[in-house]
Design a protein around this ligand. Structure first.
Ligand SMILES: [Zn+2]
Length: 174
């Protein structure tokens, strides 16, 4: 971390603030006393995802984000809610502290989170992720959501009717 004024290499951190994935540090050069700010990206160790078929793939936040975005498409979620949600999932994955995590672990985390965030997004994600064999299995899942309705936040939208579920996963029926 070179001082931008004198090129000195020694600096003292006088203030540190974390902004999501970036740490903002206010530094004081020990050579010339100049103050400058650095932005340091947190670079967690690489994590590999073990897929169902045993293949390993480097964990990608972008991939996770796009999957969740797809499930939340056109849902009335507050701005930034999806990014925040992905942050939570990512933090959970890194918290495990392992260099490899099964894809099912990540999928389950997303399922649990979406259940609280938005029922429609949850069902969409579940229909892809769990690969519900038939519409009956999916309806069972929706029914279990109805039972748990009391536990969901007050701002949660009403659950979809069976017909709505049919049309949501309509592409699955051939
Ligand atoms: Zn300096």
């Amino acid at each position: 971390m070179h001082c931008p004024y004198c090129g000195g290499q020694e600096s003292k951190v006088i203030d540190s603030r974390s902004l999501d994935e970036v740490i903002r540090r206010r530094r004081k050069c020990l050579a010339c006393d100049a103050r400058f700010t650095t932005y340091e990206r947190i670079q967690p160790h690489d994590i590999f995802v073990i897929k169902k078929d045993g293949r390993r793939e480097e964990f990608s936040r972008d991939k996770l984000l796009s999957g969740i975005r797809k499930a939340c498409e056109k849902r009335p979620l507050p701005t930034g809610a999806i990014d925040k949600f992905v942050d939570t999932i990512e933090a959970e994955i890194y918290k495990v502290g392992k260099s490899e995590v099964p894809s099912s672990y990540i999928g389950d985390l997303v399922m649990e989170g979406l259940k609280k965030l938005d029922h429609i997004a949850y069902i969409r994600f579940a229909s892809v992720y769990r690969e519900f064999a038939d519409i009956g299995a999916l309806k069972q899942e929706v029914d279990s959501l109805v039972i748990r309705r009391e536990l969901t936040p007050a701002n949660q939208l009403p659950l979809p009717s069976s017909e709505a579920v049919d049309s949501l996963v309509g592409r699955k029926r051939r």
